[in-house]
Design a protein around this ligand. Structure first.
Ligand code: XLS
Ligand code: NI
Ligand code: NI
Length: 445
């Protein structure tokens, strides 16, 4: 239970969101997410490991390129930026508790104002980290991951680790050093590198090879420093194909894997997969999960969705149970997310200005994920898709098929086999429509 009476003030009309079951008509209740429900010896809260993204939920103002923010929170008042940041953080932890989120995530600059110098920024950060430590202790809410904002300040306009100016590289390194210290101090279970402005607009001014090598060096230095300070959290790369730059270097999971392997970093990193980034790359969410899982590099999820009609990162809350069920089957089949979780990297639409809208948004997202989790478990328990897929590849389980997989047979032998024995292969249906109907039968009962 939320123990700090003074901080109950920020959402006075909303109590802890209750679970009321699928038939509930209460918009401020969960219909599928029952945090205390025990499944296989673990609560749903422990299985799902939801997390709230500080930058959207508590720093998002609804501003867009055509106009300023629309969202004015009652707790955002006062002259002293540090005390405003502390009050904001009180409101955030009240929200995390009332929405039953076990985790939160932040960028360094989300929680504390940037100072005039790096030293001043670090002092600000230390004050807010001390406050966060108290609030984490009081509420039991934990840090899923920390990260550094290496893209908002104008000094990073041409990138951070990939900036053509070594001075900017050094500044970014100093900032990430501090962010790692802070993430460790707060018990963060992971540390995320999203590409920010690590990419380019035009090759007329860019040495692509050198920039990629610098990025690799930066990541190596981070790994080294984490080892030095004994930070045990998992490093995660969050791929995104474009925005803010035209060509981001970590385009998608597949190119991320190639980059990490090329530079000898693959042992140290997994992926934080964001739904909207997957679709911007021309992939499905499920595809990105499957590519990471196949490499044993599935780390965490940034839970959101885009808009099919818009070509940028709209970061909406995802209530598409079909998409999430497909994603969940992939995640569960891969053995889950380990130290990762489902972080709602999603924001309210510009006209959704009430504090209550924060609750509606996260309730919808959490319920959709909880329902998808249950459906995926049923699908996997019944194993019909697994059986179908296994049967589809059965010719590789024995005989010459097995010899192919084991690389015990060559073109000469296969040629002989086809000419003398096998002849023409017999076509077999892929049965996609049958399988789609089977999926629909789980989704629609
Ligand atoms: C932006 C990213 C960002 C990361 C954290 O598109 O999703 O929010 O998750 O830096
Ligand atoms: Ni993200
Ligand atoms: Ni994003």
């Amino acid at each position: 239970m939320w123990p700090l009476k003074k901080t109950m003030a920020h959402f006075p009309k909303i109590r802890r969101i209750p679970f009321e079951g699928p038939a509930s008509k209460n918009p401020l209740a969960f219909r599928h997410y029952q945090p205390s429900e025990v499944i296989d010896g673990r609560t749903l809260k422990e299985h799902l490991r939801f997390s709230i993204a500080y930058w959207h939920a508590f720093r998002g103002t609804g501003g867009d390129p055509f106009g300023p923010g629309t969202i004015v929170r009652p707790w955002e008042k006062g002259r002293d930026a540090i005390s405003v940041a502390k009050t904001r953080m009180d409101a955030a932890f009240e929200f995390f508790t009332k929405i039953e989120s076990p985790f939160w995530c932040f960028h360094d600059r989300d929680i504390a104002p940037e100072g005039r110098t790096l030293a001043e920024s670090n002092r600000h950060l230390d004050k807010l980290v001390a406050h966060a430590r108290d609030l984490q202790k009081a509420t039991g809410v934990k840090l899923l991951w920390g990260t550094a904002n290496l893209f908002s300040n104008p000094r990073y306009m041409c990138g951070a680790a990939t900036n053509p100016d070594a001075h900017v590289f050094a500044y970014a390194a100093a900032q990430v050093k501090k962010a790692l210290d802070v993430t460790k101090a707060l018990g963060g279970e992971n540390y995320v590198f999203w590409g920010g402005r690590e990419g380019y607009e035009t090759l007329l001014n860019t040495n692509l090879k050198r920039e990629q090598a610098h990025l690799a060096t930066f990541l190596h230095l981070a790994v080294e420093y984490a080892k030095n300070i004994g930070f045990k959290g998992q490093f995660l790369i969050e791929p995104k194909p474009k925005e803010p730059t035209k060509h981001q270097y970590d385009f998608d999971v597949a190119s991320g894997i190639a980059f990490l392997r090329t530079h000898g970093l693959d042992k140290h990193f997994k992926f934080n997969i964001e739904t909207n980034h997957a679709t911007l790359a021309g992939h499905t969410f499920q595809h990105e999960i499957e590519v990471a899982a196949a490499a044993g590099m599935l780390g965490s999820i940034d839970a959101n969705t885009g808009d099919l009609l818009l070509g940028w990162d709209t970061d909406q809350f995802n209530t598409d149970v079909r998409e999430l069920t497909l994603a969940m089957t992939g995640i569960l089949r891969a053995g889950g997310l380990g130290t990762g979780g489902f972080n709602f990297d999603a924001k309210l639409r510009r006209p959704s200005i009430d504090p209550e809208d924060l609750f509606h948004a996260h309730i919808g997202g959490m319920d959709a994920y909880a329902l998808a989790f249950k459906l995926a478990r049923r699908i996997l328990a019944e194993g019909k898709f697994e059986q179908f897929v296994a049967a589809r590849y059965a010719s590789f389980d024995s005989g010459f098929g097995r010899d192919i997989e084991k690389r015990r047979i060559g073109f000469r032998e296969l040629n002989q086999l086809v000419l003398k024995k096998l002849g023409e292969p017999k076509p077999r249906s892929g049965k996609q429509e049958y399988l789609e109907n089977l999926l629909a039968s789980y989704l629609h009962g």
